[in-house]
Write a new protein. Structure first.
Length: 387
């Protein structure tokens, strides 16, 4: 099983001269006003190639580290050799420690490039700042400051106080996108709430006779399982449990290095999300063990956040998803649309219950991604401002 505790050595070709991002992140605004050096266009551009490698390393452990952030790190030694690390599952070393261990003596006088501000506090592992200082790192290049109250600028301040040169903001926008759920959780205490909707292009999810499998393709359903693997909790309504008896486990998506089973068993290397039913599930339903929630939906979101969920996925059905939308509890939608039409208004809708009564009340968002998945299309729509 892949543990995510990756540390590798690569030779990196660095490109210079690309303009660096100049905007100030909300994380920077909330951090203590310390002297954080924004990269000038030449210096920032110098490290963008290495930051891209760090982003790539972080992407490979996206499904393993929550509630901790999925972070990637690259150490560039004075001779140009590069050492990469990514965060281990909770309790294991952070990305910086993996990269430094891999670099060994080559870290002396090196530059450390990391997607998130290093921690300066003792959790289950020691402070990464200690490891960076002890290794003799000369310069730290950071994409995004960590809004976690236990970090929040303290990592940068500690490094600077020990004479490490610090730059913040390289590939900031990309990393804010990659760490969206984590940053939202640390800023608000709530998980980033994603509603998954799968429908025909006329917005229907089932025929009048109840048949619905499958409107979307295997490619879209595999992608939806990846979305589950990236979520700490998966939520469905009691109606879906009664109708479909779903197991809601990650099965069709296998992480890099994970083992694929031909009989549909859960793949190795996946942390299965917590399963939640709004309402109750009959004894013997496949969704057990699960959290059965009878209270207000907002309290459920607060509860999941307090339990450490950085992202929760609402998987329907139409009544439960509609209730979350009406309560204003959805931060973004992932919509899978199949090139098919039911052609009338007697099929099941994508959301049910009373909707906007006026055009002034419709929920508006912005498209953040569009992707072809086999014959289908995936559209990501953000409702909540990521900042
Ligand atoms: N195409 C898709 O993407 C997709 C995804 C999921 C499901 N589905 C289909 O959707 C159908 C089921 O959908 P559905 O709309 O009948 O049921 P649902 O949305 O799955 O569940 C609704 C039930 O959830 C419980 N509930 C608890 N709190 C609620 C709240 N605040 N708001 C709304 N419901 C709450 C209620 O259960 P009680 O009645 O027990 O009180 C309610 O009847 C199935 O046929 C399934 O196949 C399609």
């Amino acid at each position: 099983m892949p543990c995510g505790c990756s540390s590798t050595t690569t030779t990196l070709i660095l490109t210079a001269g690309e303009p660096a991002p100049e905007s100030v992140t909300p994380a920077e605004r909330t951090a203590k006003p310390r002297t954080v050096t924004a990269p000038d266009s030449r210096e920032g551009g110098r490290w963008e190639g290495a930051m891209d490698k760090a982003i790539e390393a972080a992407a490979a452990v996206r499904h393993l580290t929550s509630p901790n952030p999925w972070v990637g790190c690259v150490v560039i030694a004075p001779d140009g050799s590069a050492f990469t690390g990514a965060t281990s599952p909770p309790g294991g070393p952070h990305a910086e420690r993996h990269a430094l261990t891999s670099a060994g003596a080559a870290a002396q006088g090196a530059t450390l490039i990391t997607t998130l501000e290093p921690c300066d506090h003792r959790g289950r592992t020691g402070p990464c700042t200690d490891a960076i200082i002890e290794a003799g790192i000369r310069r730290a290049v950071i994409a995004v400051l960590d809004p976690d109250p236990a970090v929040s600028g303290a990592g940068v301040a500690r490094l600077q106080s020990e004479g490490v040169e610090v730059q913040v903001g390289v590939r900031q926008a990309e990393v804010e996108r990659q760490l969206l759920a984590y940053l939202h959780h640390r800023r608000t205490g709530r998980p980033w709430m994603v509603a998954k909707l799968a429908a025909s292009i006329d917005g229907r999810t089932a025929a009048p006779d109840g048949t619905s499998q499958w409107i979307t393709s295997l490619e879209a359903r595999t992608d939806a399982h990846r979305l589950r693997a990236f979520s700490d909790a998966v939520i469905v309504g009691a109606g879906t449990v009664r109708a479909d008896d779903p197991s809601l486990t990650v099965r069709h998506w296998t992480p890099p290095g994970g083992r694929v089973w031909s009989d549909g068993r859960e793949p190795n290397g996946v942390v299965q999300p917590r399963r939640v039913v709004v309402g109750s599930a009959a004894r013997g339903a496949r969704i057990h063990p699960c959290l059965q929630w009878e209270g207000p939906l907002d309290d459920l979101v607060v509860r999941l956040g307090a339990d450490g969920a950085t992202q929760a996925l609402i998987e329907g059905g139409p009544a439960a998803a509609g209730a979350f939308v009406r309560a204003g509890l959805v931060d973004s939608f992932v919509v899978y649309l199949a090139p098919a039409l039911f052609g009338g208004d007697d099929g099941a809708p994508i959301l049910s219950g009373p909707g906007a009564q006026s055009i002034h009340d419709i929920v508006r968002g912005s498209i953040t991604a569009v992707e072809r998945l086999g014959p289908d299309v995936r559209i990501d729509v953000a409702v909540t401002d990521a900042a």
